[in-house]
Design a protein around this ligand. Structure first.
Ligand SMILES: *Cc1c(COP(=O)(O)O)cnc(C)c1O
Length: 407
């Protein structure tokens, strides 16, 4: 019997997986152009504007606006939709904290609708059940880069007169029934943070087909200026969330490479899913047949302890890491997050800002599916899918090795 690496045996794999970020002379040339131009901000530069046009075209949207982060994009988008105090925003408990944070940051309240256990994506029937007369917007999150059921969500939104803001922060190049995500709803947000599949260190974008909403976002991200107005003419209250030309330059080069990366990740992910189909107890997240493009920011799989001699998912992840396979546990359910519960209490006036220590934070309604899955989920990150099928074979082989050893 082979000894597990965690117990001192030889790791199944010692070769590293592809590293991230990926860059070449394209990024270098773009960055030097900005440096030498002396135009480092968007007010007189052209890189961000050029990227916005290219990214809008890539996502099949009329307009794209770059901002400083995905979080800023969500905040600006909600403000542009007029979401504010007293309003409720329905979103998923299985997402990055920025999704519900953005609702709080505009004074609104996030309400969690549980996820579908097969896909990890917001369950449209749970969205419908969470609607009240205060609901203003639905924020579906295309987690891992897999589009949500946009047919059902758009239909619910239309029937109830709600806005749809797509959190597409992990879904560059993803599409639902042939339509790129982001501009299926009223507005869509993307992130270019360092871990993301297209990376400028930090950065975000808002896409839209609605010119009026796009103008509102432009004003909000540019301290409330108006397009033809004077420099010190501020018609609205806004932020300075302008992206720098450095980021625009890097993003132009990154976007150039994105289509080939999207295809490569999709090929490797499909191959890994097939290989894991041969392993008992590891079930990849289901992909709806109406998904025509998946960004594969994350490859998400559900772990069944019974198939691994009762080892917990945390124990299994340690064993798999020791075998040379990078993997992690992923999100905690946000309906249990102290930050969210604290913000709710603050919003209700039950506690003051920075009131820490002995405070009783309110409990939110349970999201049983997300809470259960967060205990037994495995993430493989996007960079692993930039190699070849042998890289995928090693993942399956390491899992099989562990299974033989613990059973
Ligand atoms: C990364 C991410 C964000 C936030 O983006 P930042 O650029 O890190 O602010 C929001 N939502 C999801 C689902 C994300 O993955």
């Amino acid at each position: 019997m082979e000894e597990l690496a965690i117990e001192g045996g030889t790791p199944l794999r010692t070769m590293p997986y592809p590293s991230w970020p990926v860059w070449d002379e394209r990024e270098q040339r773009q960055l030097l152009e900005v440096l030498h131009s002396g135009q480092w901000g968007i007010l007189d530069g052209g890189k961000v504007a050029q990227f916005e046009r290219a990214f809008a075209a890539y996502q099949g949207a009329r307009r794209a606006l770059c901002v400083t982060s995905g979080t800023a994009a969500l905040e600006v988008a909600l403000r542009a939709l007029g979401v504010g105090p007293g309003d409720e925003v329905i979103t998923s408990p299985y997402t990055f904290v920025a999704t519900p944070s953005a609702a709080f940051l505009v004074g609104a309240r996030p309400v969690f609708a549980d996820i579908d256990p097969a896909t990890y994506l917001i369950d449209p029937s749970q969205v419908e059940a969470a609607i009240t007369d205060r609901t203003r917007a639905i924020v579906p999150v295309h987690i891992g880069g897999c589009p949500c059921d946009m047919d059902a969500i758009m239909e619910i939104a239309r029937r109830h007169g709600l806005y749809v803001l797509e959190d597409a922060c992990q879904a560059w190049g993803a599409s639902w029934r042939g339509q790129p995500v982001g501009a299926i709803g009223d507005l869509g947000c993307f992130s270019f943070q360092a871990s993301k599949n297209i990376n400028a260190g930090e950065g975000g974008a808002i896409v839209s087909n609605d010119p009026e909403l796009a103008e509102r976002c432009w004003s909000l991200h540019n301290v409330g200026r108006v397009r033809e107005g004077a420099w010190y003419q501020h018609e609205f209250l806004g932020w300075n969330y302008r992206m720098t030309e450095w980021q625009g330059a890097v993003l132009l080069a990154q976007l150039d490479r994105l289509p080939e990366h999207v295809a490569l990740r999709a090929d490797n992910a499909a191959y890994l899913a097939a290989r894991l189909g041969e392993v008992e107890g590891i079930t990849p997240a289901a992909v709806d047949p109406r998904v025509t493009g998946h960004a594969w920011h994350l490859f998400i799989a559900t772990y069944d302890p019974a198939a691994f001699g009762g080892r917990t998912c945390a124990e299994f992840l340690k064993m798999l890491n020791a075998e040379g396979i990078p993997c992690s546990a992923g999100y905690v359910p946000l309906n249990r997050s102290p930050a969210i519960r604290r913000s709710l209490a603050e919003q209700a006036g039950e506690i003051g800002p920075w009131e820490l220590g002995e405070v009783d934070l309110p409990e939110l309604p349970a999201c049983p599916v997300a809470e259960d899955l967060c205990q037994r989920t495995i993430w493989f990150q996007q960079r692993l899918f930039l190699g070849d099928h042998e890289d995928m074979d090693d993942i399956a082989a390491a899992i099989a090795k562990i299974q033989r050893a613990v059973l």
